[in-house]
Design a protein around this ligand. Structure first.
Ligand code: BGC
Length: 506
């Protein structure tokens, strides 16, 4: 018995020590950071840019933003992009994921006239990146739709498929020779559900149970059309890749009962499978469980057809396979259950009523400035594993992962988050997941949508009290820099945070 205990102790010790051995990232793995146009650029009405749905929402309904703020100036990256690139050089990044503001390039929303000043801004940014061997990863749409297009219904109008494709072609023509990594649309669920099925993101059209489904179909077709244009006309010339960035939480069954397992399965299919299944599965189309549930509820509710629009056979084939990689934005995990208490609690019709599940987070899990971003690294591991298993191990680009704090440079909780999530990523890679890149959200603090500037996601802190918008590295910036420099995750590394320098050779 004593012998058994002693050997168990040594096994335990070996495990703990093994945890601390620095772990290598695979060869060719890329490290970056991400931002989005409206969240950092500012210059909201400068040089010919017109109003987008966030300008409109923050100016007409400021009370919807926690601190009544807006992105009029934000981080002023429109003027300070050289400092942004300098920070990327300090971190030693391989790539920078940023987005283009549609109305800065096409002031009318349509491709009738291109705004040269807007084009010049993005050329300057891209050239500055390339000068220092930082690959641009360009997102075409990160939520700042021209207000004029919203006035015509925005993502609920099927004509947006062509409007978006025209805009995409303009960008491919302008920047195709310089940009090799393209992302069509950031986070379809947030665009559609929060924007058209709820009022938690612009344009805040709370059309529950209908708006988000109309948007979903149009968005998938718009994405696919941009993909095909790039694939057919530009890829042969320039050889880049193009994909979509889907926000995916991990949904863990609350117990091992079959009912909870099924509930968790339903939830990921409704939340992100709705966008990934049409693109990455062998069969394409919306997940069967969504089609069945929404059709049945629609019939019960007296609708003459399902509130979830159908794809034609042709459309299914057009969307299926339309991504060179799976872009994953991941932040946290939820526990999911189904019992009597989940029925008839949501408005009818609505997305959550259609899904019929209950979900929550363990209050013991550590959180930062947002109650819902809790530190649950094993959820990330399970998510990456799931994607590998259900979609035949596609290349994965982690296009966002990050943790919100408040102001302050000593962000040990963010460091815990990053270290936990990078370890989980390595666990999945060691089992065969094809993860090729990782972007920390975010390079610097920025306008956090409805939370304004109350939640800070930056490796660099931004001082919003001074017009220079001074950026200062947090402790986490030094830790990330070391990961990038060594291509290794060393959980014991303690940075010297005195000065941030640019390492020679980068
Ligand atoms: C979005 C970002 C956002 C981040 C943190 C993601 O959903 O793509 O724009 O700032 O999460 O909430």
């Amino acid at each position: 018995m004593i012998l058994l205990r002693i050997s168990a102790f040594f096994l335990y010790l070996a495990l703990i020590l093994a945890e601390d051995v620095p772990r290598k990232f695979p060869d060719g793995f890329l490290f970056g950071t991400a931002t989005a146009s409206y969240q950092v650029e500012g210059a909201w009405d400068e040089d010919g840019k017109t109003e987008n749905i966030w300008d409109h929402l923050t100016h007409t309904q400021p009370h919807l933003i926690t601190d009544y703020s807006n992105g009029d100036i934000a981080d002023d990256s429109y003027h300070l992009y050289k400092r942004d690139v300098e920070m990327m050089r300090e971190l030693g990044l391989d790539f920078y994921r940023f987005s283009v503001s549609w109305p800065r390039i096409l002031p009318s929303g349509f491709a009738d006239r291109v705004n040269e000043a807007g084009v010049a801004y993005y050329h300057n940014l891209i050239d500055e990146l390339l000068k220092y061997n930082i690959e641009p990863m360009l997102t075409l749409y990160h939520w700042d739709l021209p207000q004029r297009l919203q006035d015509l219904g925005g993502w609920t109008n099927p004509l947006i498929v062509d409007w978006f494709a025209d805009y995409a072609r303009v960008l491919f023509e302008l920047f195709g020779d310089k940009v090799k990594y393209w992302i069509t649309i950031n986070e379809p669920k947030q665009v559609c559900y929060n924007g058209y099925g709820d009022s938690s993101l612009a344009p805040a059209i709370d059309f529950k149970g209908i708006g988000e489904y109309l948007c979903a179909k149009n968005l998938l077709l718009a994405h696919a059309k941009a993909f095909h244009i790039y694939n057919d006309e530009f890829k042969p010339k320039y050889g880049g890749i193009i994909g979509i960035a889907i926000s995916a939480r991990w949904y863990e069954p609350d117990s091992d009962s079959q009912v909870d397992i099924e509930a968790a399965d339903d939830q990921w299919q409704f939340e992100w499978g709705k966008y990934s299944h049409p693109i990455f599965s062998e069969t394409g189309d919306f997940p069967a469980v969504m089609k069945e549930k929404i059709a049945a509820k629609s019939a019960e509710q007296g609708f003459p057809r399902s509130r979830l629009p159908e794809f034609t056979r042709e459309e299914i084939d057009y969307v299926r396979g339309s991504s060179d990689f799976f872009g994953v934005n991941h932040y946290s995990t939820h526990l999911v259950y189904r019992n009597e208490s989940v029925y008839n609690v949501h408005p009818v019709p609505s997305f959550y009523d259609d899904m019929d599940v209950g979900f929550y987070q363990d209050p013991e899990w550590e959180s930062g400035e947002s109650e819902t971003v809790k530190i649950v690294p094993w959820g990330f591991y399970k998510l990456l594993k799931k994607i590998r298993e259900i979609y035949d191990n596609p290349p994965i680009y982690v296009t966002e992962n990050g943790f919100p704090t408040h102001t302050g440079l000593q962000d040990d909780n963010r460091i815990r988050y990053y270290r936990g999530y990078l370890s989980a990523l390595l666990d999945a890679v060691e089992e065969g997941s094809n993860v090729r890149a990782y972007a920390a959200w975010s390079l610097m603090d920025n306008f956090e949508w409805m939370q304004g500037y109350t939640q800070r996601f930056g490796l660099y802190e931004v001082n919003y009290d001074c017009p220079e918008r001074t950026r200062t590295p947090r402790k986490s910036a030094f830790v990330y820099k070391e990961v990038v420099r060594t291509r290794t995750l060393d959980l014991d590394y303690e940075p010297d945070t005195d000065v941030m320098t640019i390492d020679e050779g980068h």
